[in-house]
Write a protein of this length. Structure first.
Length: 656
């Protein structure tokens, strides 16, 4: 007989899903409610659960043990409400309870996360119902210690069953206000036992959730001082500490702790993936490549020995290697790794788009790419298959081919309508785009595509009046529509409905859209009509921070035009310096800045850019040296120091 034991509070969002996954696998359901104020108890009653009430005292182990005292089964299975058992596992689970050989079972916990592949670890979730087997720990409670205390560790084996955990999703975490609660409990535990490494590790995690990175760093470092490096959670302390240091830009310490982690856990695939991501981001592709190859040689972590992100031993390093070889122009190897990655994970559209981009770079023939994709991109639903092919073609800028496919698809779905509309815009079919736009009902999406349509009309050759599509657009913010209509009037030499100020938020948004579509003539005319008559005024406006790459390009164009007329101004050289810097022409950028400084010495923004140019030039020399001496500690040290100066964000996707 198996008893499912749960402690719950305000879990109406999750409880039914959890109990539906387990109801046929167990013989009784024990629900201990710690103070729900929603429909949690009513939902539990629908599953014939035995319901008990417990006065919550911020002690998870005590509440768990209270639930065990109520269980009549020979075996205990415990779950949280934001979890569910994998499908079709009931017969296997019941077979686990029929053996006399084992005392407990590990289950693989698959933690779903926002925007990343799941994290996996193992935990004891099913054990014999014995009075000696009780939970310990007020937070992150565990039962394994009491089972081990009886000398039964060898009798704890892997069940082969997985549990899906939804609690790491942002929506769940925020809904339950876990961050504040966990920090409060963790802080109390550390106050009472200041050198306990698990408590310190947990407190570090709750500090991260409250965005206190300095506090997290302090606790993680102290946890490493006291932890037994053989403890199951010890490798995760390294990963968490590295993640903190990356967010803080402390790259030299990141490298130090990566090396420590590798030395202690040479078979931990996640640390090699993180190292590969780091060095790829730093521009040391040789070392990154070696790391990703190491990941493939280690493979996925299936034993449960480590907390591991899904894919770091299989499809993720394949995709990273494809990215590296694509950037280096080795399309044969890029294709090899991208195809291998897709064989292992074929559910993400962006990976098919990458494959198409590699094919296009290699073949330089959109029609041929389409024929290859058509032969290989398959889906049971033919409409879905054609939608995928059309989307891929759109993303690789084969707009005519994409348009043909989208036109053959039913337009009642938003995802089809938006891409169909965008292909009409890209191919200059503005009337068809306006008609299709009416099929898009999501306000944010509608606004984005309308902006594309309006600016495409303005930048067409010759320009096309956008007033008709603006007048039909009732979903726009009234102020935004008014500014768009006034900009349209200015571009066609008519009187605007309202005066347009270049400091207006919407004006800046419109200008950025124009420049993104390379509408430099329209943008120049617009700036003139809005009061910026001189090139100096326009350049100063365009280079105000934050100046994106398109604004810098226009400023550079204006500067070059004026210089061809014989005009000289230090900001002309500065604008060109920024343009050449953005395009990685560093020697030319340096020359421009020196000319600006010759005219106006000791100008802060000129000097800052010169320093960045010097740093990037030095970085390129170091990266070139590392191609010949990839493990040289001096060159690697210089690489880290230079990237600390130049890099603004060093967070990595592979970090837990």
């Amino acid at each position: 007989m198996i008893s499912l034991c749960m402690i719950v509070k305000n879990e109406e969002r999750n409880l039914a899903r959890c109990l539906n996954s387990a109801k046929d696998c167990v013989d009784e359901i024990i629900i201990v409610d710690t103070g729900s104020q929603d429909n949690t108890v009513k939902i539990a009653e629908q599953f014939n659960a035995k319901i008990y009430h417990y006065n919550w005292d911020e002690d998870f182990a005590a509440a768990r043990n209270f639930s065990l005292d109520k269980a009549a089964g020979d075996w205990i299975l415990y779950l949280d409400a934001d979890e569910e058992l994998e499908p079709d596992c009931c017969e296997r689970l019941r077979n686990l309870a029929r053996t006399d050989r084992y005392e407990a079972y590990f289950f693989q916990i698959i933690n779903l996360t926002d925007g990343n592949d799941p994290l996996k670890h193992i935990n004891v979730r099913m054990f014999r119902n014995k009075p000696a087997y009780r939970f310990e720990g007020k937070l992150h409670e565990q039962v394994i210690s009491s089972i081990s205390a009886g000398g039964s560790t060898a009798a704890v084996v892997n069940s082969g069953i997985s549990i899906l955990h939804y609690g790491y999703l942002a929506s769940e975490f925020i809904a339950k206000n876990k961050a504040v609660r966990n920090h409060r409990i963790n802080q109390r535990l550390v106050d009472n036992d200041p050198n306990n490494p698990f408590y310190l590790y947990s407190l570090g995690g709750s500090c991260v959730n409250l965005n206190d990175l300095e506090g997290a760093l302090t606790h993680y470092k102290k946890a490493l001082q006291y932890v037994n490096l053989r403890a199951m959670y010890a490798p995760s302390i390294f990963i968490s500490l590295i993640s903190c240091l990356l967010k803080m830009g402390r790259l030299d310490e990141v490298v130090e702790y990566i090396e420590q982690c590798k030395a202690n856990y040479p078979d931990y695939v996640d640390i090699y993936f993180i190292e590969g991501e780091l060095y790829y981001q730093l521009g040391h592709t040789g070392r990154a490549t070696a790391c990703f190859e190491k990941c493939l040689s280690l493979g996925e972590q299936s034993s449960g020995k480590y907390t591991s992100r899904t894919g770091v031993g299989s499809f993720l390093p394949n995709f990273k290697l494809a990215e590296i070889y694509q950037a280096e122009g080795d399309f044969k190897k890029a294709l090899q790794y991208q195809i291998q990655g897709l064989r292992l994970k074929n559910t993400d559209m962006k990976n098919y788009i990458t494959l198409a981009k590699i094919l296009k770079s290699s073949l330089n023939d959109g029609r041929q790419v389409y024929e290859i994709l058509k032969a290989n991109v398959k889906h049971a639903n033919k409409v879905t298959e054609q939608t995928m092919l059309a989307r891929i073609l759109y993303e690789i800028e084969e707009y005519e081919l994409a348009c043909q496919l989208f036109n053959e698809l039913p337009g009642d779905k938003t995802d089809v309508a938006q891409y169909k509309c965008m292909t009409f815009i890209k191919t200059g079919r503005f009337q068809e785009a306006s008609r299709t736009l009416k099929d898009i009902h999501e306000s944010h999406l509608y606004e984005t595509i309308l902006e594309e349509l309006v600016t495409a009309r303005w930048t067409a050759g010759p320009p096309v009046n956008a007033l008709p599509c603006l007048e039909q657009s009732t979903a726009l913010d009234p102020e935004y529509r008014e500014v768009l209509q006034s900009v349209n009037a200015l571009l066609f030499n008519r009187s605007p409905a309202v005066e347009v100020n270049v400091s207006n938020y919407y004006f800046g948004k419109i200008l950025n859209k124009l420049l993104a579509q390379k509408g430099f003539a329209a943008a120049n005319s617009l700036l003139t009509r809005c009061g910026l008559a001189s090139a100096e005024a326009k350049i100063a406006y365009l280079l105000e921070e934050p100046a994106n790459q398109d604004r810098v390009e226009m400023a550079g164009r204006l500067a070059l035009q004026e210089m061809k007329k014989g005009s000289v101004h230090p900001d002309y050289y500065y604008a060109l310096g920024k343009y050449f810097y953005n395009n990685d022409e560093l020697d030319t950028a340096q020359t421009m800045l020196h000319r600006a400084l010759d005219m106006v010495p000791a100008t802060d923004r000129y000097e800052r850019l010169v320093k960045e140019i010097y740093s990037r030039q030095t970085l390129k020399m170091v990266q070139a040296a590392l191609q010949h001496y990839p493990d040289d500690p001096k060159f690697n040290g210089w690489l880290i120091e230079l990237q600390k100066i130049l890099k603004k964000d060093t967070r990595l996707k592979g970090v837990h």
